[in-house]
Design a binder for this molecule. Structure first.
Ligand code: IPM
Ligand code: MG
Length: 368
């Protein structure tokens, strides 16, 4: 049997730096665990625009459709801010999500014990936090038509459309219920059914999928604004949160910051199973391209490393190896290693991106 295939799209800014550490870890798994991957690399985002005049070449899109999983770094940078909307770096990422039909975006927010002091919230509110946001990723106001800036009378009007079909809601709800069964068995669904028809439908469909297919899972509903409030008040009340594309974008940044650093959080974007049974999948850190620190070896590679751990778990059925990698990360943090983003106000001496990656490898070695 051939090795599973990975397409690496490191992207812009700190993307290539953090991905370099993931490549070391992929090589480690090949050498030490006989877990070999066929790795290819390509461009996405601003770097693709520089070469092809668009943020994702068609050939790259085709490759992404064929591999077992895509690993993405980050896209964007200030030099691309004034580009036309249609060729902005972010469009490359959105095209991957849409064309691979990656409808379920899993964004865990886990607070590492060693970092509980970094949260802007009190330690007892966040210590031990482990929640999973499931964000719908291929529909809603991000993609709904009509959209655009139009002229009406003597002024312009900007339009985006929130649109959800029953099947789009049902499939992401199923992803959330399935995940909940493997965790705390609780799902909270968030929308604005008090003001949006799409929210009314969302609530109805999530409830129906629950009642017919997952009655064993505890389901609650919350308006998304109240959800934001509850997330900061007492986040540990949640296990899995399922929500739409835009609310999920906001709530996942909020949840991320509860844990102390955006530099720590991975994500998985999953679609329907392919012929080989693996889901269509793209893994990426939640953080962006951080152009202000790019190229300086300051970036924290942990979010990207943990994204690869999610790939091991969700694409390659290697839960034990994913646990091993997550424990290795936990260990280096417990040992006191910190990249610059994890320095408290009192300062200290941060380690570089590659030193952090090397320490994770050393912890992996020690785990054998
Ligand atoms: C995210 C990002 C993206 C989004 C951008 C980069 C298009 O904020 O993945 O959360 O809005 O979905
Ligand atoms: Mg976002």
């Amino acid at each position: 049997m051939s090795n599973p295939s990975l397409l690496i799209l490191a992207g812009d800014g700190i993307g290539p730096e953090v991905m370099a550490e993931v490549k070391k870890i992929i090589a480690w798994y090949g050498d030490k665990r006989a877990l070999k991957f066929d790795v290819s690399e390509d461009l996405v985002g601003g770097c693709a625009y520089d070469v092809h005049g668009k943020p994702l070449a068609d050939e790259t899109m085709a490759k992404a459709q064929e591999v077992d999983a895509v690993l993405l770094g980050a896209v964007g940078g200030p030099q691309y801010d004034n580009l036309d909307f249609s060729v902005k770096p972010e469009r490359g990422l959105l095209r991957l999500r849409k064309e691979m039909d990656l409808y379920a975006n899993l964004r865990p927010a886990q607070c590492f014990d060693a970092l509980a002091d970094f949260s802007s919230l009190k330690k007892d509110v966040v210590a031990g936090l482990d929640i999973m946001i499931v964000r719908e990723l291929t529909s809603g106001v991000y993609f709904g038509e009509p959209r655009g800036i139009f002229t009406e009378g003597n002024e312009r009007v900007g339009i985006n459309t929130q649109r959800y079909t029953e099947s789009e809601i049902a499939r992401v709800a199923r992803s959330a219920f399935e995940l909940a069964r493997k965790r705390g068995n609780k799902v909270c669904s968030m929308e604005k059914a008090n003001v949006m028809e799409s929210g009314v439908l969302w609530r109805e469909v999530v409830q129906k999928v629950h009642d017919e297919e997952y009655p064993d899972v505890q389901l609650s509903h919350m308006y998304a604004d109240a959800g934001a409030m509850q997330l900061t008040r007492w986040p540990k009340q949640f296990d899995v949160i399922v929500t739409d594309n835009l609310f999920g974008d906001l709530l996942s940044d909020l949840a991320a910051m509860l844990t102390g650093s955006l530099g720590m959080l991975p994500s998985a974007s999953l679609g329907a199973p392919m012929a080989n049974g693996r889901p269509k999948a793209l893994y990426e850190p939640v953080h962006g391209s951080a152009p202000d620190i790019a190229g300086q070896g300051k970036a924290n590679p942990i979010a990207c490393i943990l994204s690869f751990a999610m790939a091991l778990r969700y694409s390659f059925d290697q839960g034990t190896e994913a646990d091993r990698l997550e424990k290795a990360v936990e260990k280096v943090l417990a040992d006191g290693l910190r990249t610059a983003d994890l320095m408290g106000p009192e300062g200290g001496s941060p380690v570089s991106t590659s030193a952090m990656g090397d320490a994770v490898i050393a912890a992996l070695d020690a785990s054998l």
